[in-house]
Design a protein. Structure first.
Length: 130
């Protein structure tokens, strides 16, 4: 049980990190087309920022590992709370923080992508886990 949950969390982390880097790079290249910024430097900054934010999100969803306990696994409200509370709190915090518009967009994009991938893998694996 715990191995399946860890595999799902690791898969969520990898897919959301790669997707986040790709979408942010596309957004950056579209908005900064003629500005003369060094794309190699920005790619490193985007990749490291996406990686670190996805690590934070991964740590926020670690309570999912409590699914191995039968009384938690059988309770639907508890499953939803454990699975989605971390990304929701991250999105609320990111929207309330005093960040610049580009940074706020990057944080919200990271949270939404992680939550989307996490939701897809949750609904795919819930039939196997429960």
């Amino acid at each position: 049980m715990t191995k399946k949950l860890l595999k799902t969390l690791f898969t969520t982390f990898i897919i959301s990190t790669v997707l986040n880097i790709a979408i942010t790079c596309i957004y950056y290249s579209a908005t900064q087309k003629n500005s003369g910024y060094d794309y190699k430097t920005m790619l490193q900054m985007i990749a490291s920022g996406a990686f670190l934010l996805n690590i934070i999100l991964l740590l926020m969803v670690l309570p999912v590992l409590f699914f191995s306990l039968p009384h938690i696994r059988s309770s639907m409200p508890m499953r939803i709370l454990l699975y989605f509370a971390g990304p929701v709190v991250f999105l609320i915090t990111a929207s309330l923080m005093h960040l610049g518009p580009i940074n706020k967009l990057f944080y919200l994009e990271t949270g939404l992508i992680f939550m989307l991938i996490h939701s897809i893998l949750y609904f795919r694996s819930i039939k196997k886990i429960v």
